[in-house]
Design a protein around this ligand. Structure first.
Ligand code: HEC
Length: 189
């Protein structure tokens, strides 16, 4: 009896110590991830809006094609991996892994239940192939401007350029407010 009691006390003491530290780490990782995501999103939007207004959608496709991967790389600092993914891909290099695919499906389900698309986010510590990492995703809703290149009816010259660059394009047919995809961030722990 005495031994059993000791064990319970010890376990409680350990979890009591471990949890606040972990919660604190989680909070700082989450806020770092949210900040990085916002910076990434703003940088992409700035490039896109500038290119669209200066040169129109056909030239802006080139900007997305060339600059988006570069911006993601530039934002991948201090151990963070930053990118975008989707269930309906334009560039196969943005394909989701198992955790991302499950999270994208979860976002669709949460949206269907009434959650605001621009508030959908998820943070989790996962272990895959023996590597522990912090993972974060934030949904990207489709805005009217996006429909120029991701909508149901594209200008013929836009379609032609997309066909040439992305023969396997699945990122068309979206409507305003649909989930276009998500920002995805990870950091090995
Ligand atoms: C001028 C055309 C154009 C416009 C406008 C545009 N996109 Fe894209 N989008 C692209 C291209 C081209 C790619 C592929 C980029 C690459 O090769 O990495 C892309 C890729 C993406 C991806 C990455 C996942 C994938 O399918 O490869 C997301 C997410 C995305 N766009 C969301 C948006 C959102 C949200 C908007 C509106 C705010 C938007 N796009 C507006 C052309 C456009």
């Amino acid at each position: 009896m005495f031994k059993k009691g000791m064990l319970v006390v010890c376990t409680l003491a350990l979890t009591g110590l471990a949890q606040p530290a972990l919660a604190q780490d989680m909070d700082s990782l989450k806020s770092e991830a949210a900040k990085t995501t916002a910076g990434f999103g703003e940088a992409l939007k700035e490039e896109l809006v500038n290119a669209m207004s200066a040169q129109g959608p056909v030239a802006a496709i080139g900007v997305c094609n060339e600059k988006a991967p570069g911006i993601a790389k530039a934002k991948s600092q201090n151990g963070w991996q930053v990118g975008r993914t989707s269930l309906k891909l334009r560039n196969q290099k943005n394909a989701p892994d198992a955790w991302e695919q499950a999270t994208l499906a979860e976002f669709e389900a949460r949206k269907a239940k009434g959650e605001a698309p621009d508030k959908l986010a998820k943070a989790e510590i996962v272990t895959m192939n023996g590597q522990k990492s912090f993972r974060f995703m934030k949904a990207i809703p489709t805005a009217p401007m996006c429909l120029n290149c991701h909508g149901k009816e594209l200008k013929p010259e836009v379609s032609a350029k997309l066909d040439a660059l992305y023969p396997n394009d699945h990122a068309r047919g979206f409507a305003d407010g649909d989930l276009r995809g998500a920002f995805t961030l990870s950091k090995n722990l």
